[in-house]
Design a protein around this ligand. Structure first.
Ligand code: ADP
Ligand code: MG
Length: 497
């Protein structure tokens, strides 16, 4: 016979681990909304109320509800194994969400529920009680203030109220009158509303839609693909066979900034902005898991590919293949699908680059006004090249003075060797990484270059007044108007000031 000893996890230490799954408030609330949707709710009401130490958050639904037995089971950490097959419309995963999501935000979790055939039942996890007694004692007594909340928020029909009290991680001051703490709290409410609008956008639109409200307001669905916009392009639409099933993959190139109003552009940029929102959007049962990622397929987030977004629809039983985590916010592509996904990504990325290049040129000209640029983008055959602007006053003066020859040859050499790949590579790390003209340069260096330009123009017979005017509209000196005036005054005489 096998001999053993039972080693129970120590409740008071496990409590802290269960609180540390890395949920943000909005991802924690989304996990509870999953439960409501799985329970066939048609309305989910999220309430967040500031009251200092007494602040609370409630998720109220009109779903099927639970009777005493199911509720007791639901409160058990790890109730349903991730290996148990689930109903196709089930948004659950590990049998943990209700507990881990709630404990990440509060110290007291009250769940009250009623079904069509059983009246109100309630259970409470009070983490301080668990720690005090050193055991998982689930409280069956319903406090009167919690009962009052049921009556106020729900009434007598079937459904569930999940109530978070003692929000120790959200309440930054115990004082209900503390305005800063209150503002902080309601900022979180806004974040929750926006997040739910993104995660559940396919549930609150179309046939069979449900209602999700945050503090009484319907959430605004955020469609990452701007499908209703006339200039959104569908690039590919196909189904990839995987383990005897089909995964639907549809790729889009979104409208260029010049085709959107500024509100549309900002909205479509989402929470993280255009450059970060590109890539795959992975849905599990129409619920968004990953919002914009190249899924480790070896692509970078580049400015030029920021119009590329790809929708990927997974059934929930593929969870383990995609390594969906407890928070339902991470997914990884299974190896067998990598080549196909990479092919689709390449096509749509290229299409985004083309839209960008084509539109970008027009845009550049329009926004630069009359400033004389040092570099021009030109088309040579079917390729793009960069040329030093021969009309730039300094360039023109030099070329004329040198009579072409070696100076012209040098300019050509520089043009033919613009380190484009290097620039793109560095740009992908963030546009702010590359120095703007004369950024991180000693002012004396700028002054000395400027002085040489002023002298060259003066030698070429340009009048003082014109020199000032031209420099103020000449790249890059247009960014240094004070320095232009200072140098011109010194070089050309007092009258320029
Ligand atoms: N709002 C709800 N309405 C009805 N049943 C619920 C609700 N929330 C949770 N449950 C029940 O509690 C169980 C445990 O939930 P949870 O810990 O989130 O794990 P999972 O969602 O992975 O099953 C669910 O499987 C469901 O049976
Ligand atoms: Mg769940």
């Amino acid at each position: 016979m096998t001999s053993y000893e039972v080693v129970e996890p120590r409740a008071e230490s496990l409590v802290e681990s269960l609180r540390a799954f890395g949920y943000a408030t909005e991802t924690a609330v989304a996990d509870l909304v999953d439960n409501s949707i799985t329970a066939k709710a048609t309305t989910v009401d999220v309430r967040l109320r500031w009251a200092g130490n007494e602040s609370w958050i409630a998720i109220v639904d009109d779903g099927l509800g639970m009777d005493g037995g199911r509720l007791r089971e639901a409160m058990r950490p790890g109730t349903t194994s991730p290996l148990t097959p689930r109903n196709a419309s089930d948004l659950g995963r590990f049998g943990l969400g209700l507990k881990t999501a709630s404990f990440s935000q509060c110290r007291r979790l009250v769940v009250m529920s009623a079904t069509a055939t059983s009246s109100l039942v309630a259970r409470t996890w009070d983490l301080d009680h668990v720690i005090r007694v050193g055991g998982w004692q689930l409280l069956t007594t319903l406090m009167s203030e919690d009962r009052a909340m049921w009556d106020e928020l729900h009434g007598d029909q079937p459904g569930t109220v999940v109530l978070w009290r003692q929000l120790d991680r959200l309440v930054v001051s115990p004082d209900p009158q503390n305005e800063q703490a209150e503002t902080h709290f309601y900022t979180i409410a806004d974040r929750v509303a926006r997040h739910l609008g993104m995660i559940f956008h396919r549930y609150v639109t179309g046939p069979g839609k449900i209602t999700i409200r945050v503090n009484g307001r319907n959430i605004a669905p955020w469609d990452p693909f701007l499908e209703s916009h006339e200039t959104t392009q569908v690039v590919t639409d196909e189904s990839l066979p995987y383990r005897g099933e089909l995964i639907s993959v549809k790729s889009f190139v979104l409208p260029h900034v010049s085709r959107l109003t500024s509100e549309e552009h900002t909205a479509a940029g989402g929470r993280r902005g255009w450059a970060s929102q590109q890539g795959f959007y992975v849905y599990r049962n129409r619920r968004l898991i990953v919002s914009g990622s190249w899924l480790g397929l070896g692509f970078r987030r580049e400015e030029l590919t920021s119009l590329a977004r790809i929708r990927l629809d997974l059934p929930s039983h593929m969870d383990s293949d995609w390594q969906i985590d407890v928070r339902k916010s991470v997914a990884r592509a299974p190896g067998a699908l990598v080549p196909e996904l990479r092919r689709i990504a390449e096509v749509v990325r290229l299409r985004s680059e083309n839209v960008y290049r084509h539109r970008g040129k027009v845009l550049q000209r329009a926004s630069q006004g009359d400033v004389v640029q040092a570099w021009l983008q030109v088309v040579r055959g079917t390729k793009i090249a960069y040329q030093v602007n021969r009309q730039h006053p300094l360039v023109a003066a030099l070329l004329t003075a040198a009579g072409g020859g070696e100076v012209e040859a040098m300019v050509r050499l520089l043009e033919e060797t613009v380190p484009v790949p290097l620039i793109i590579l560095n740009h992908a790390d963030g546009p702010g990484r590359q120095a703007a003209p004369f950024e991180e340069t000693a002012p004396d260096t700028v002054r000395s270059v400027l002085t040489d330009v002023v002298r060259a123009m003066s030698r070429a017979g340009t009048s003082g007044k014109e020199i000032v005017g031209r420099l103020l509209t000449m790249e890059p000196f247009s960014d240094f108007p004070d320095l232009v005036r200072e140098v011109c005054t010194r070089e050309l005489g007092q009258e320029m000031a």
